[in-house]
Design a binder for this molecule. Structure first.
Ligand code: AMP
Length: 395
C-alpha cells in the first residue's frame, strides 16, 4: 500500500502537488471542469490541514515552448471559484525562477498557488534531473494526484520524487484501490469486457486479463481481427493485419486457461462508415463482402447481458461499436445499461468507455470510472506506472 497525504504531517509544509488539469478548452474557456473538481478532495484536505499548496500540471502539448494558448491561467481562475479562496497564479513561462521560488517560500498555511504549464519546459517530458530539481526545491513534500499521467515518467510525475518524500493524493489512491482490487482480489465471477478499435494496443491487456478473469467478452472493432484469426470473412470491417496471429494465440491461451471467451455471434453491418448507411444485421459467418461490422447484434447483446447479470466484478474498456453514431450505438448502450442495473463492482476504464457511460447517463451508477485512459490500460496490463512506483510504501 502506498502512503497518502493522510500518512504524513502536512501542517506548515510546502506540498508540491501534481494534478491533471489538462482540461478541454475552447476559445480560452474551459468546456469541462471534471478534472479540476476531481482534484478538489486532495487540495481541500491539504488546505484544511494547514499545508502550503503548490500545484503543478500540464495542459495540451506545447512541446517545450511557452505557447500561451496552453496557459493554466483559466484553470487558476476556475479553481479559485471552486475553492472559494485565492489561487496565486504564477504566470512565469519558464515555470520556475527566483520570483516563483520566493512566492512559494512566502506562502502561509492554507494558501494555494498554481505554477505555469510544466510542459512549457522541454525537459519535463524527458524527465531531466535539472528541471525535476528546480521543481522539487519549491516544496517539502511531493503529492502525486494525477492518475491520467501516472503512466509517464516525467519531471513533475516521477522525477521530483528523487528529491522529496512522495505520497499519493486521494484520486490516485481511489484509482489504485478500485483497479488494483479488481485485478488482485476480485469477487467472482470476474468479467472483463474489451472493445474499441485499436486491437494492437489492447492485446497485452487481454493477455494479462486472461490470467485473472472468469469470462472475457470481446466486442467492437477489435472483434474482426479475432474473426479473421478464426478463418471468417469480415467484408470491409476494420482489421489490424499485424495482430491476426496474436489474436489467434490469445484464443488458444483463453482455452488453455479455461476462460469463457465470448466474441460476437451476430453483428450490425453497413456499406459506408456513416450513421445513415443502411443497417444489416447478420451472423458473423455471413458478413457480406461489401459491408463492414459497425456494432454487435441483438443475440450477442442478450448473451452479454446474461453473463453480466451473474457477474460480481466487471472491468470494461472500449466501446462495442461505433457508438459515436446513434444508429450503431445500441451494443455499447446496452452494455452500459446492463452494468448500471448490475450489483457487481463495475469499473470503467477511462477514454471512450467512460465517455459512453457519461453520454448514455449511466455514470453515477458505476462503482468507479477511471480518470486515465492510457494509465488505466497500462494498469490493467499489469505494468508498474512510474508516477505510482515512486510513491512511498506504508510500513
Ligand atoms: P479505442 O481507441 O481502441 O478504444 O477505439 C475506440 C473507437 O473504436 C471508437 O471511436 C469507436 O467508434 C471505434 N469502433 C468501435 N467499434 C468499431 C467498429 N466495428 N468499426 C470501426 N470502429 C469501431
Amino acid at each position: 500500500m502506498k502512503k497518502t497525504v493522510r500518512d504524513i504531517e502536512v501542517k506548515g509544509k510546502k506540498a508540491l502537488v501534481r494534478c491533471d488539469f489538462n482540461v478541454p478548452m475552447q476559445d480560452g474557456k474551459i468546456t469541462d471542469d471534471i478534472r479540476i473538481t476531481s482534484a478538489l478532495p486532495t487540495i481541500k484536505y491539504l488546505i484544511e490541514n494547514g499545508a502550503r499548496v503548490i500545484l503543478m500540471s500540464h495542459m495540451g502539448r506545447p512541446k517545450g515552448e511557452a505557447k500561451m494558448e496552453y496557459t493554466l491561467k483559466p484553470v487558476a481562475e476556475r479553481l479559485a471559484e471552486l475553492l472559494g479562496q485565492e489561487v496565486i497564479f504564477s504566470s512565469v513561462p519558464e515555470v520556475v525562477n527566483q520570483q516563483v521560488i520566493d512566492t512559494a517560500a512566502s506562502l502561509k498555511d492554507g494558501q494555494v498557488m498554481l505554477l505555469e504549464n510544466v510542459r512549457f519546459r522541454g525537459e519535463e517530458t524527458k524527465n531531466e534531473a535539472g528541471f525535476a530539481k528546480e521543481l522539487a526545491q519549491l516544496g517539502d513534500l511531493f503529492v502525486n494526484d494525477a492518475f491520467g499521467t501516472a503512466h509517464r515518467a516525467h519531471c513533475s510525475t516521477a522525477g521530483v520524487a528523487d528529491y522529496l518524500p512522495a505520497v499519493s493524493g486521494f484520486l490516485i489512491e481511489k484509482e489504485v484501490k478500485f483497479l488494483g482490487d479488481a485485478l488482485e482480489n476480485p469477487e467472482r465471477p470476474f468479467v472483463a469486457i474489451m472493445g474499441g478499435a485499436k486491437v494492437g494496443d489492447k492485446i497485452p491487456v487481454i493477455e494479462n486479463l486472461l490470467k485473472k478473469v472468469d469470462t472475457l467478452i470481446i466486442g467492437g472493432g477489435m472483434s474482426y481481427t479475432f474473426f479473421k484469426a478464426m478463418g471468417l470473412e469480415i467484408g470491409t470491417s476494420i482489421l489490424d493485419e499485424e495482430s491476426i496471429e496474436l489474436a489467434g494465440e490469445l484464443l488458444k491461451k483463453a482455452e488453455a486457461a479455461g476462460v469463457n471467451m465470448i466474441l460476437p455471434t451476430d453483428v450490425v453491418c453497413a456499406k459506408e462508415f456513416d450513421n445513415n448507411s443502411e443497417k444489416l444485421t447478420c451472423e458473423r459467418t455471413e458478413i457480406p463482402a461489401d459491408r463492414m461490422g459497425m456494432d454487435i447484434g441483438p443475440k450477442t447483446i442478450e448473451r452479454i447481458r446474461g453473463e453480466l447479470s451473474k457477474a460480481k466484478t466487471v472491468v470494461w474498456n472500449g466501446p462495442m461499436g461505433v457508438f459515436e453514431m446513434p444508429n450503431f450505438a445500441e451494443g455499447t448502450k446496452q452494455v452500459g445499461a446492463a452494468l448500471a442495473e448490475s450489483d457487481a463492482a463495475t469499473i470503467i476504464g477511462g477514454g471512450d468507455s467512460a465517455a459512453a457511460v457519461e453520454q448514455f447517463g449511466y455514470a453515477d451508477k458505476m462503482t468507479h470510472i477511471s480518470t486515465g485512459g492510457g494509465a488505466s490500460l497500462e494498469f490493467l496490463e499489469g505494468k508498474v506506472l512510474p508516477g505510482i512506483a515512486v510513491l512511498e510504501e506504508k510500513e
